[in-house]
Design a protein around this ligand. Structure first.
Ligand code: HEM
Length: 149
């Protein structure tokens, strides 16, 4: 019988640490997204008049509140990064050539960054009380805009 060998684990490289971080992020963000998305769906579809209440004033009313701005931003960021990382695993599984993998990872990173920036701009630069050239409120704005102008 041979004596059990003393196998020392290899010290993790920086790359391994990054991969481990993304593995954990994927699990944590998955759980958070369930809460964020189902609350989003419940508030928009089940409360008040349901789906028929969704118009400009509804969105403007929600984004006048920092809570919903941060809620939507968290949903946007986590959903995009979760999806990007998941697609990254699929690329690694199916693209066998190194050049193909590099190109696909780059395209995925660019698409993710563009969507996060555009989505964040919509949330953070949204004007709930838009006015026309003469300074009068446009039609369909929420009622609180009368008090703001
Ligand atoms: C029938 C289903 C859905 C309806 C009716 C709906 C409706 C809306 C509405 C009205 C807004 C504007 C502001 C707000 O209400 O928070 C919005 C924003 C948003 N929704 Fe949904 N949604 C649906 C499903 C989803 C799902 C499944 C996701 C998954 C991640 C999602 C992600 C988002 C995000 C990230 C934003 C912010 C968009 C931005 O950054 O400009 N929605 N949605």
């Amino acid at each position: 019988m041979t004596a059990p060998q003393d196998i020392k684990p290899m010290p993790p490289t920086r790359r391994h640490k990054v991969q481990r971080w993304w593995w954990l992020f994927q699990r944590v963000s998955g759980v958070l997204l369930i809460v964020l998305i189902f609350t989003h769906l419940f508030v928009n579809l089940m409360t008040g008049d349901g789906v028929s209440q969704i118009d400009f004033a509804f969105v403007a009313g929600k984004w006048a509140s920092p809570l919903w701005q941060w809620w939507d931003f968290a949903m946007l960021l986590l959903a995009m990064l979760h999806g990007m990382n998941g697609m990254g695993y699929i690329i690694n599984d199916y693209a066998s050539r190194k050049t193909t993998r590099t190109v696909l990872h780059a395209l995925l990173g660019i698409a993710t960054a563009v969507i996060i920036v555009l989505g964040a701009l919509v949330i953070w630069t949204f004007d709930p009380c838009p006015v026309d050239a003469s300074g009068a409120l446009l039609e369909g704005v929420p009622s609180f805009c009368e008090d703001v102008l």
